[in-house]
Design a protein around this ligand. Structure first.
Ligand code: KG4
Ligand code: ZN
Length: 364
């Protein structure tokens, strides 16, 4: 990141998200109020049972110009009213990141406005702080459980730019496990919501499944053993259709096993972060009501609050990108540092959160 002493009021910010298969644009005023936002969840991946990076990148390219124009129109603004531009610049699928950050930089350059590169995971981490989202607010420090199709990690959120990864998955992400199991049960993709629905008809106690890493030191996750155990339960049926009740019992038993494991891992994470005042759950899997109820119970046992931002802000969106950019500008100002201008920052498929502290390192 290069920092030049630009003097601009941070906002309104036009933000772009393109790190996976959601193409999104949002405009936020400098106090974080969302003036407009649009998200297009790309179709074209379902037939492949997962996100195809090349299809995603091409779709971002096709969708972004119209999406940005439509979002500006929704906000009753023109491009010249924008204070600065922000794009998710990593981590994620590199093709989409190149498209979204290239578009953002080009727009900023054309408008003569600064560009801020946003870490997508940092944006998930700071979402709970968007004004009005979490009753009582989300002051630092808090524990974030980020569970989606691509992420599964516990993060100590200690300040803007100050994050410690306490643990993460050693194989599949939680949402990925839901999707793979849903596929085995013939539920289509993405399968998490359908699996939760089917599980409502099942008994979670009927089919014994393992609880990987339960009770183990630290707060890492593992889901591949659970998935394998489940596939062994299906083996006797071969290609024949599964009896509905058996499929429902399997779905319920799997969901219960995931909730048990996650509750245990979060209990450990809270031990590693005794000063956390709040547990935040974000990512698509946060939609799962059984998981939410367990997390709420864990938070209550620890005497802390629990919050899950509304689903449309939990899953990939551009409001969180704009908000993270605003927080970054505000933190730079608070530290007496120049406002960021990241027009030379390259997109990065990997971008560890721990590196975000460098943004606020005092200039030499
Ligand atoms: O955050 P998200 O929209 O996208 C990323 O993966 O980044 O998360 C999507 C994931 C998918 O794996 C989907 O199956 C899962 O979240 N998901 C659920 C539920 N709703 C969505 N998993 C379990 N239960 C749900 N109700
Ligand atoms: Zn995400």
């Amino acid at each position: 990141m290069s920092s030049t002493p630009l003097s601009f009021l941070p906002g309104p910010v036009l933000a772009i998200e393109s790190s996976c298969d959601e193409t999104a644009c949002a405009i936020l005023s400098s106090d974080g109020t969302c003036l407009a936002q649009r998200v297009v969840s790309q179709d074209g991946h379902a037939d492949f049972g997962g996100v195809v990076p090349e299809i995603a990148a091409r779709a971002h390219l096709a969708l972004l110009p119209g999406l940005v124009q439509a979002t500006l129109a929704d906000a009753h603004l023109t491009a010249n009213d924008i204070g600065f531009v922000a794009s998710a610049t990593g981590p994620g699928l590199i093709g989409g990141l190149i498209v979204g950050s290239g578009f953002g930089k080009g727009l900023a350059l054309a408008l003569g406005k600064p560009f801020v590169a946003v870490n997508h995971v940092e944006a998930h981490a700071l979402t709970a702080r968007i004004p009005g989202l979490v009753p009582g607010g989300a002051p630092f420090p808090y524990l974030l459980l980020l569970v989606s199709g691509g992420h599964c990690q516990c993060i100590a959120v200690e300040g803007v730019g100050q994050y410690r990864k306490l643990g993460g998955t050693i194989d599949d992400a939680a949402g990925e496990a839901f999707d793979k199991v849903a596929k085995m049960l013939g539920l289509g993709w993405p399968g998490g919501p359908a699996l939760e629905q089917l599980a409502q008809e099942g008994n979670p106690k009927t089919i014994p499944l393992p609880r990987p890493l339960l009770g183990r030191e630290g707060c890492d996750f593992s889901f591949s053993g659970l998935k394998t155990a489940l596939s062994q339960k299906l083996a006797p049926f071969g290609q024949s259709p599964l009896p509905r009740q058996f499929a429902a019992d399997l779905a319920a038993s799997f969901q219960q096993a995931v909730a048990d494991v996650v509750a245990d891992r979060i209990t450990h994470a809270l031990r590693m972060m005794p000063n956390a005042g709040l547990l935040v759950c974000a990512g698509g899997v946060a939609a799962n009501s059984v998981l939410r109820a367990r997390l709420e119970a864990v938070a209550e046992q620890h005497g802390i609050r629990f919050a899950a931002p509304p689903l449309k802000l939990c899953t990939d969106n551009a409001v969180m990108i704009g908000w993270a950019a605003l927080e970054t500008c505000q933190e730079a100002a608070r530290r007496g540092l120049p406002q960021p201008d990241d027009s030379t920052t390259r997109p990065r498929p990997r971008w560890p959160l721990e590196e975000m502290a460098q943004r606020f390192a005092a200039p030499l």
